[in-house]
Ligand binder design. Sequence first.
Ligand code: NAI
Length: 341
Amino acid sequence: MGDFHDEGCEQLRAVWDRVSRAHVLVAVHDTRLGPAHGGIRRWAYEGLDDARRDVVALARAMTWKCALAEVPSGGGKAVILDRPDLDREAAYRLVGRVVEQLGGAFYTGPDVNTTAADLRVVAEETEFVATDAADGPGDLAAATAEGVLAALLALAERLGRPADQLRCIVQGLGAVGAGLCERLAARGAKVLVADVVAARVEDAVQRFGVEPLSVDDVCTTEADIYAPCALGGALTEAVAASIPVRGVCGAANNVFAGERAVQEAHRRGLLVVPDFVANAGALIQGALWNLRGERVDAERIRRIGATTGEVLARSAEEDRPPLELALQLARERVERAGRAP
Ligand code: NAI
């Protein structure tokens, strides 16, 4: 499968199960800060090269995320090549066996298309996996919501807006988006919410006193801050050029659709908190539980706010997009750890 050295991964394993024909890839990108952490993604890739590119990029992103979250862990990821006749249980078992063979160099958990039931299968093969068991790390989505809130409040401060005068749009009312709404509403912010599932909007309106917004109006409605908590790629170049908000901060991974959107947002002065800074709450809670058996409190998660403030301040000083600054800061931290005796 070629040479992975240039991609910077410490290990990349491609495993094929002869009986079930399940195919999985596991990447350990960097463990200079500590054992790698990253979830399992099941996806209908076009082929092995496509899957390999994805697993490496995702694992690398986890390294930067860990560094900025100040947890003693590095980046990893597992992907399963999905197909209509995949033996799903066999595939997750295979991931579990590879994770077990890595002997604690890589801890895994949920990602796109991986359910709690899938993780219970993985846990039959390895101890290095986070499940929803009672003796697990606790509510990870709530930790993510707490971290996004901390990042969003740091952004609001930068915009000179107290929480009770904020007008925010939350897109996606899943586990994280709903938790964010609840927290914003409790601080007196005005919150507009959109979801493709109408019942989730109704529920949020009832429980938190927020206002419904059509999914089609998310990118054209005025607000201080837009919080994407559904899918990635929300900020295309066109949206970055026109969305009538002053800042963006949400949980969705890979919020920019491409590099030109990053530059366009910066040109306009649209402050976009890097997703991997804002959405690290679950990682912090999960990693510190895995590595130290520590139950973190909200205060620890809220340090994401200080990191966000630092990234935004340096971005303004150096007149570079916050995303570039965050990556630079993360690389510096990993390099420093690499040089430590
Ligand atoms: P979820 O799957 O529980 O919720 C996503 C919500 O978005 C659903 O209610 C869905 O109906 C809605 N949605 C989908 N497409 C939409 C659209 N076009 N417009 C409006 N709503 C739409 O996901 P969860 O766990 O709340 O995560 C949200 C995002 O945050 C995801 O992108 C996830 O990858 C990311 N994330 C989640 C973490 C966690 O701890 N759960 C950690 C880090 C990132």
